[in-house]
Ligand binder design. Structure first.
Ligand SMILES: Nc1ncnc2c1ncn2[C@@H]1O[C@H](COP(=O)(O)OP(=O)(O)OP(=O)(O)O)[C@@H](O)[C@H]1O
Length: 219
């Protein structure tokens, strides 16, 4: 899960935080009164470094490309066996390596629970207070986006954890009219036009029924 700041310099250097500029654009968004995000930047960018897979570990020695500098920085160097790395070990040449700074960097030992607690949980609490948030993962193929977002059943990712918080918090407020119950599944169905129309009608009737019930409660 990455990335937003790019550094074109070929020297290891402190990276100006790219997200501060964007944050000013986001700061116009209204915040819930009791926001858990108060005092935090509106745009948070987290890096998660996944552990090596068994195939990657058995490939041989570590290439020593990624060095964490807690809590928020990572230093990327070319693989130790690459030509670039051998050239840069020559002290007369400029050292290659790039530093990237994030809101926080999570290392390979980070559990799904720790990641959720540190990144998304406060946003979910804000949503329950009427706030809006967008969370997405970004990274190359095989970097761990699906694992982080969904996770296997035994190590649920940020999406099922968020839904759990939401549904545990609203259980008293769930519309009882049709006995609709949330159900987590990984299947999806592509609807044809007719089915789409049926679903739209169903939704419209459901909302109408919900509104009528709400009005009865109010008067
Ligand atoms: N934090 C982690 N701890 C343990 N294993 C992980 C972790 N992150 C990813 N993996 C493992 O790494 C592999 C690749 O992860 P995943 O499928 O989530 O990548 P992806 O970014 O979604 O890939 P793609 O873009 O190709 O769909 C999987 O076998 C996954 O179980």
């Amino acid at each position: 899960m990455t990335d937003s700041c790019l550094n074109k310099s070929d020297q290891p250097s402190h990276i100006e935080d790219g997200n501060s500029e964007l944050s000013s654009d986001f700061s116009i968004l209204p915040e819930p009164q009791h926001s858990c995000m108060k005092g935090k930047e509106h745009l948070q960018v987290y890096l998660r470094i996944r552990p090596f897979s068994s195939a990657e570990s058995s490939d041989g020695e570590s290439q020593d490309c990624v060095t964490m500098e807690p809590p928020d920085t990572v230093l990327l160097k070319p693989p130790s066996l690459s030509l670039l790395a051998r050239l840069s070990s020559d002290q007369s040449l400029p050292q290659t390596g790039q530093r990237f700074q994030f809101s926080k960097v999570y290392g390979p030992e980070t559990t799904q629970s720790e990641l959720f607690e540190g990144t998304v949980k406060d946003l979910v609490k804000d949503v329950l207070e009427g706030g809006n948030s967008l969370v997405f993962t970004y990274g190359v193929t095989n970097s761990g986006k699906t694992f982080t977002f969904l996770g296997p059943d035994c190590e649920a990712g940020i999406l099922p954890r968020s839904l759990h918080v939401i549904f545990s918090s609203i259980h008293d407020h769930v519309f009882q009219g049709l006995g609709v119950k949330p159900h987590r599944c990984r299947e999806f169905t592509v609807l044809n036009r007719e089915q789409q129309a049926e679903e739209a009608l169903f939704k419209k009737n459901l909302l109408k029924q919900f509104k009528e019930t709400e009005e009865q409660v109010l008067f």
